[in-house]
Design a protein around this ligand. Structure first.
Ligand SMILES: [Zn+2]
Ligand SMILES: [Zn+2]
Length: 266
């Protein structure tokens, strides 16, 4: 058997390094083998660079991707910095109950396929990984330190039963591995079973989301706080706006929105 010297000479492995060795990871978008720490989001660097929208290339208020022109090797926003800070033309017309939005990427291409998949039954691990990426995205934004809580959007128990989990909760759990913020899962609760938003036109979505959620048993936690609402996709903003309005009713000072994907572009 091995004597004492063998063990002294053997390289010391941390638990994380051992896990990397036993369970090699692959990028969830291109399936390429990853050589990054075990706890990092499972997306390779080229995929990340390809999908993510530059922070100054999106409307600060609703997160929509703004138009770009190609100048040399770099994308340059067509809008000026001043216009970005005022919000896109749509945001200047609308009265949102939330102050700002951050998204990992536009809801298109491979990211769209991935985000669509993370809502399906038995794909909670994908939602968790996308949440980690969103956490890193929030870390890039200096403002996240002003917020005290993550509030995942609730889903109706019927949908949760079919899916086996609430994807917004799983995304929030992923964010919480990067940012030290508590998750308030019962501050907002689902009230009425709504049809899937994706199948409806914009005007019908507004009606569809009314009365779909209400303040939950932990709503008092929202009082005097600044909270980040968490969801998977922001399309018209109708659903998060209902949630943000409820938070305001409960006494929340400021509401930000964090989503893994923002649908649409100018
Ligand atoms: Zn990749
Ligand atoms: Zn906007």
């Amino acid at each position: 058997m091995f004597d004492g010297d063998f063990w002294r000479q053997a390289p010391a492995l941390t638990v994380t390094e051992l896990a990397d060795l036993l369970f090699p990871c692959h990028c969830l978008l291109c399936e390429q083998a990853l050589s990054q720490p075990f706890h990092a989001p499972l997306y390779c660097e080229p995929c990340r660079l390809q999908i993510t929208t530059p922070l100054d290339g999106a409307c600060y208020r609703c997160g929509i991707r703004l138009p770009f022109r190609i100048a040399g090797e770099h994308d340059v926003p067509l809008v000026t910095r001043h216009q970005t800070l005022r919000g896109c033309p749509d945001c200047r017309r609308k009265k949102w109950a939330f102050d700002r939005t951050v998204a990992v990427a536009s809801y298109e291409g491979r990211w769209r396929e991935h985000v669509y998949r993370l809502k399906r039954p038995h794909h909670s691990a994908d939602a968790f990984q996308a949440g980690k990426l969103l956490g890193e995205r929030l870390l890039e934004c200096e403002w996240w330190t002003d917020y005290q809580m993550l509030v995942p959007l609730p889903v109706h128990w019927r949908r949760r039963f079919i899916r086996g989990f609430n994807q917004a909760e799983k995304i929030a759990e992923g964010i919480a591995t990067v940012l030290p913020l508590p998750i308030a899962t019962r501050a907002l609760v689902a009230d009425r079973y709504a049809r899937k938003q994706g199948t409806l036109a914009a005007s019908a979505r507004l009606i569809n989301v009314q009365n779909t959620m209400k303040l939950g048993p932990d709503a008092s936690m929202l009082r005097q706080q600044q909270v980040i609402l968490v969801d998977d996709v922001l399309t018209t903003g109708a659903t998060v706006n209902v949630a943000a309005r409820l938070c305001r009713q409960a006494g929340t000072k400021r509401v930000a929105v964090a989503v893994v994907a923002r649908a649409g572009r100018f």
